[in-house]
Structures are given as structure tokens and as C-alpha cells.
Design a protein around this ligand. Structure first.
Ligand SMILES: Nc1ncnc2c1ncn2[C@@H]1O[C@H](COP(=O)(O)OP(=O)(O)OP(=O)(O)O)[C@@H](O)[C@H]1O
Ligand SMILES: [Mg+2]
Length: 436
């Protein structure tokens, strides 16, 4: 402990020095009889305690006290006023300006030692507090780094889960896309043949027009030529070709529309979801897109009872909400499929607005959830599915997303009867409405 004693009287300095050395363990005493040098001594010796005389020639101890305290780095050192003054006003002034204690002069040994010891103890406590604070700050920083790492891990898990969902439904999506692509391609073949026929007809008509313009040709020859063309028209079934052309063009346009929709839905879902991109979206449109993605999975498993109407706007991250609905739908399909029934099950998808919220409820007639599992289904990696069928992240990721949106997530289930998931999301100022 470094202690600086400031006094213009050498006798007091020596006396203080001796008493401190004898009674304060591990102390080093620095003496200062010229008050002008106090700041320099503080700087040089990393002082813990200052014993400061008040009345000195040229300079007042209270002024020195003020200059010490005016520097931030000295705000915590112990300053004890060392004085023969007894008037209350001076003491008040000392304490107001940051003195920690005072010791009377002439020195009373017992009082001096007791106060110095108390001051040394206070300083020690403060130093260990500062050390503790540094350790806590360091640990807090470490904790922040770990939290960030956890967030990154969670993000990677979300990405993995998304890929898993996409993997699970990839075959269905491929089928959904292959089907229209198949008939569009066969329509293109037909159109190719039709265009050849039409081209041949046009060549014949042009030839006829040219003949008709020649002065040497007789009307009889012209009529013969016309018969040839009419015959060709009939054989090539040009009327049918023209009608059919319309039909297959319409059909092909419908096919490309379907592919475009599926691709758009996938794009919605594939959005990373970390962009925190909050926009106003129609919940019903998100539901429609998800239903389109799982369309192939539901066929032969469950009939979809869609109870959605109009538009229900809410402020949300579209990709993330799409992921939640898709996860619930995939679970519902699995639950119905796992019953291996010969009849179709039923999945009811219902949306509605309620006060400042929009709600989506997805119910199934599947296996249901055992009571002891109900409290665990939102835990990461909780799954009752066989290896390869589920990793147990779907609902945990969905739960996080709903909470992040300020929403609520409910589940009700009865074994062998079915399960119903409800998500309630704040519309966040959007004029969500239920147009009938
Ligand atoms: N509709 C449902 N019917 C019956 N059980 C369900 C239903 N939804 C969820 N569960 C139960 O909750 C568990 C956890 O669901 P979650 O979606 O988190 O994971 P998972 O479907 O098992 O795997 P993942 O979604 O990661 O592929 C499921 O394994 C299942 O036991
Ligand atoms: Mg799941």
C-alpha cells in the first residue's frame, strides 16, 4: 500500500511515517513537505492513501484535495485530512470535496493507527472490487461472444432444418413441376406438326393467288387448282388444327403458370430469413403457397379442408412464417400417414382475424400426441420419428420464429383423434381484414 503524507512540519511527517511503518502491513511511505509537489508524487508512486495537512504556507490543503479529485484517475484513492482544525465548517468543506476521513493533530497514536488501518482496509476492498469488476467485464465479454456463437449455431440449424424440409418434399415438388413440363413438351411437339401443316397450306394458297393473277390461266384450270387445295385442307384437317391450336396454347400457358407459382413459393421459403425483412404480407397467400408446395405429399393421404377467405395482412418476415406453416403441415401429413388408414384423413387449414391479430389454425385427424410428449414437442431435437424421418427441429424453429414476431403458439391434441396447432400473430398496425 503506497501512502503519501503531506505536511509542512517535518516532525509530523516523521511521526506519521514511523507509526504507519510499524502498524500498516506492506506499506510504503512517501513524504512531501512542499505542497506544490503533491500532484507529481501522486503520479510517480501510484499512491493508494493520501494523508493531507490542511493549513500549509502558500497553499490550502482543501485546494490540493480539489485538484486531486478533479482528475478521474484519482477518484478512488483514499484521502484523509490531517489537521489541527476543529471547526465544523472546514470539515464539512473537506467531505464535500471528496475527503474520506480526517485525523486530528497533535497525533493521538490510537486514533491515528485505527483510522489509518480503516482507510487501508477500505482501499484494499475497493481494489478487490475493481479487480472483480474487471473480471466480470471480461466474463461478460466472453459471454457475449458465446451468445453470438450460439446465435450463429442456431442460424445454421435453421438453415439445416430448412434444407431438411426441402429435402423431404423435393420429390413431391419435382413431380409437381414435371407434370406440367411433360404436357407442355408434348404440346410443343404437336404444335410443331401443326405449324408444318399450316405452312404447307399457306404455300399452296400463295401459289393459287399467283396463278389467279396470271392472264393466260382459264377459269377451269383455276377451279381444278382450288379443288386440289380444298382436298389438301380436308386431308390435313386444318379446321381441327386451328381449333386444337387454341386449346393447347391455353393448356400450355396454364402449365407454365403452375410452374411459375411453384418456383415462387419455393423462393419465398428459401429466403434466408435472417434478413429481418419485415414487410406487410397476406397470411392467406403464404398459406396457399405452402399448400402448393405440399400438394403432392397430401394427395393419397388427406383431404385438405381450406377455410380461408380474402386477405389477412400482417407485418412479418414472409420466408419465416412460410417455414412455420410448412413445418406444421408436414407434421400433420406425417401424423395422418402414420395411421396407415385406407381412407383419406383430413387436414383443416383455417385463418381468420381477431382484434389486432391474425390467426392460422392447422388441425389434423392424425395420430395425436401423447400427454407426456406435449410439453416437449417444442424442445430442439425432440422427435418421435425414426432416424431419417425427422430431427426434431421443426417445431422448435417454428416456436422461435413466432416468439420473435411477438406471437403465440398453441397446441391441443388427443391420441388417436388428432392435433390442432394455432398460431396467433400481431397484425402490427396493418389493416388486416377479412373480405367476404
Ligand atoms: N401434427 C402432429 N401430430 C402428432 N404428433 C406431432 C404433430 N406435430 C408434431 N408432433 C410431434 O412433435 C414432435 C416434434 O415435432 P418437430 O416438427 O419439432 O420435429 P420432427 O417433425 O420430429 O422432425 P423435423 O420437423 O425436424 O423433421 C414430432 O416428432 C411428433 O412426435
Ligand atoms: Mg416436423
Amino acid at each position: 500500500m503506497n501512502i503519501l503524507v503531506v505536511d509542512d512540519e517535518k516532525f509530523n511527517l516523521r511521526m506519521a511515517q514511523e507509526l504507519i511503518k510499524e502498524n500498516i502491513i506492506d506499506s510504503q511511505v512517501f513524504l512531501c513537505s512542499s505542497p506544490e509537489n503533491v500532484m507529481q508524487k501522486l503520479e510517480e508512486h501510484n499512491i493508494d492513501i493520501v494523508l493531507l495537512d490542511i493549513i500549509m504556507p502558500n497553499i490550502n490543503g482543501i485546494d490540493i484535495l480539489k485538484s486531486i479529485r478533479s482528475q478521474k484517475k484519482y477518484k478512488d484513492i483514499q484521502i484523509i485530512m490531517f489537521t489541527g482544525i476543529t471547526d465544523k465548517e472546514s470539515f464539512k468543506l473537506c467531505f464535500e470535496n471528496g475527503a474520506n476521513d480526517y485525523i486530528n493533530k497533535p497525533i493521538n497514536f490510537t486514533e491515528f493507527i485505527a483510522r489509518m488501518k480503516a482507510s487501508a482496509k477500505a482501499r484494499k476492498n475497493l481494489l478487490s472490487l475493481i479487480e472483480m469488476n474487471d473480471t466480470i467485464t471480461q466474463q461478460y465479454q466472453k459471454l457475449q461472444a458465446i451468445t453470438q456463437e450460439l446465435k450463429d449455431t442456431q442460424f445454421n440449424l435453421i438453415q439445416k432444418e430448412k434444407l431438411a424440409s426441402l429435402g423431404e418434399i423435393a420429390a413431391g415438388i419435382a413431380h409437381e413441376i414435371n407434370n406440367p413440363i411433360g404436357f407442355i413438351s408434348s404440346n410443343l411437339d404437336t404444335m410443331n406438326r401443326y405449324s408444318q401443316k399450316i405452312r404447307n397450306m399457306i404455300i399452296s394458297y400463295r401459289k393459287f393467288v399467283q396463278l389467279a393473277a396470271e392472264k393466260t390461266i382459264t377459269r377451269e384450270q383455276l377451279m381444278q387448282e382450288k379443288d386440289v387445295i380444298d382436298d389438301m385442307d380436308r386431308k390435313q384437317k386444318i379446321d381441327f388444327v386451328l381449333d386444337d391450336l387454341n386449346t393447347i396454347l391455353l393448356e400450355s400457358t396454364e402449365g407454365t403458370d403452375r410452374v411459375t407459382k411453384i418456383v415462387q413459393s419455393l423462393q419465398t421459403l428459401a429466403k434466408t430469413g435472417t434478413e429481418n425483412e419485415m414487410t406487410y404480407n397476406d397470411l392467406n397467400q403464404i398459406v396457399e403457397e405452402c399448400l402448393l408446395i405440399v400438394k403432392n405429399e397430401t394427395q393419397c393421404v388427406a383431404e385438405i379442408d381450406k377455410q380461408i377467405e380474402g386477405q389477412l395482412y400482417l407485418l412479418c418476415n414472409k420466408g419465416q412464417i412460410g417455414q412455420v406453416i410448412l413445418n406444421i403441415l408436414l407434421n400433420a401429413i406425417y401424423a395422418v400417414k402414420s395411421l396407415h388408414l385406407s381412407l383419406l384423413g383430413k387436414i383443416t387449414v383455417k385463418t381468420y382475424a381477431s382484434k389486432d391479430y391474425v390467426v392460422c389454425q392447422i388441425s389434423d385427424t392424425g395420430s395425436g400426441i401423447k400427454e407426456e410428449h406435449l410439453s416437449r414437442i417444442f424442445d430442439p431435437f425432440f422427435t418421435t420419428k425414426d432416424v431419417g424421418n425427422g430431427v426434431g427441429l421443426g417445431l422448435s424453429v417454428a416456436y422461435d420464429i413466432i416468439k420473435k414476431h411477438g406471437g403465440e403458439f398453441y397446441v391441443a391434441s388427443e391420441v388417436a383423434k388428432g392435433t390442432s396447432f394455432t398460431i396467433k400473430l400481431p397484425a402490427n398496425g396493418s389493416d388486416s381484414y377479412y373480405a367476404k
